[in-house]
Write a new protein. Structure first.
Length: 236
């Protein structure tokens, strides 16, 4: 059995066992319990009443966080012709065509997001086994297969994140850093929660959000009341 550190025990004591907090209360607690010596991330975990084994119950989309993630993403663009210049001018960190496809095939993965133009997807398809498991495979559903490279690059740099349900029916996402203000963290967490609600598949019946919680990178989970969170947002 793993030993619980004194820091973790102290943080856990601040959270009332079994209580469901409002989003604002939970974020205030996050600030109190994120006591590691580095700028911890805030993690959002939303368990959904979906069965990811069914194609019509997949939950996947993107959302731009109003205050960014606190992490500067290295964006790679796979394009050719005039689109190369467009991507470079938008601020992409790496831009290329078949040369970059070959480099990635060789094991190079020093980037955090990949965008590709539709005419490059035949070549990009060969990278599925490398990019897929890392969540880096370009997709039209998430806006990363597009000819509108300028907009796509700028959105990712500004804080666009992708969310998708895992095999257990849970959406996990980072939503900022401890150094953010409570207001900034609230805006970001709310934006993710709203986007997940909006992405509800039409085929899902019954309770959609089963549980909703946040936690710091090295801290305990703080449970949020999903119904109260929706009322909280509606009353703003």
């Amino acid at each position: 059995m793993a030993k619980i550190s004194k820091r973790m025990k102290t943080a856990a004591e601040k959270i009332e066992k079994g209580k469901l907090y409002s989003m604002k209360e939970a974020i205030a607690l996050f600030k109190e319990t994120a006591t590691a010596k580095f700028d911890e991330s805030i993690e959002v975990h939303i368990r959904l009443g979906v069965d990811p084994r069914h194609a019509d119950q997949q939950v996947r989309s993107t959302v731009v966080l109003p205050h960014g993630t606190g992490i500067t993403k290295r964006v790679l663009v796979l394009a050719q012709g005039e689109k190369v210049k467009e991507a470079e001018e938008a601020g992409a960190d790496f831009v290329g065509g078949e040369d970059l496809v070959a480099k990635i095939s060789g094991g190079w993965l020093e980037f955090d997001a990949v965008i590709a133009t539709p005419d490059m997807m035949k070549s990009v398809g060969r990278l599925g086994k490398l990019l897929g498991p890392r969540g880096l495979m370009p997709s039209a559903k998430t806006g990363t297969v597009t000819f509108e490279l300028g907009d796509a690059v700028k959105e990712i740099k500004a804080g666009r994140v992708e969310f998708r349900v895992d095999k257990f029916g849970i959406v996990h996402n980072g939503a900022g850093k401890k150094s953010f203000t409570e207001e900034q963290l609230y805006d970001n967490v709310k934006t993710i929660f709203q986007a997940v609600l909006k992405a509800r598949p039409a085929s899902v019946k019954g309770t959609y959000v089963k549980s909703f919680s946040i936690a710091s990178s090295m801290g305990p989970g703080i449970k949020i009341d999903p119904a109260a969170a929706q009322k909280e947002m509606a009353g703003e």
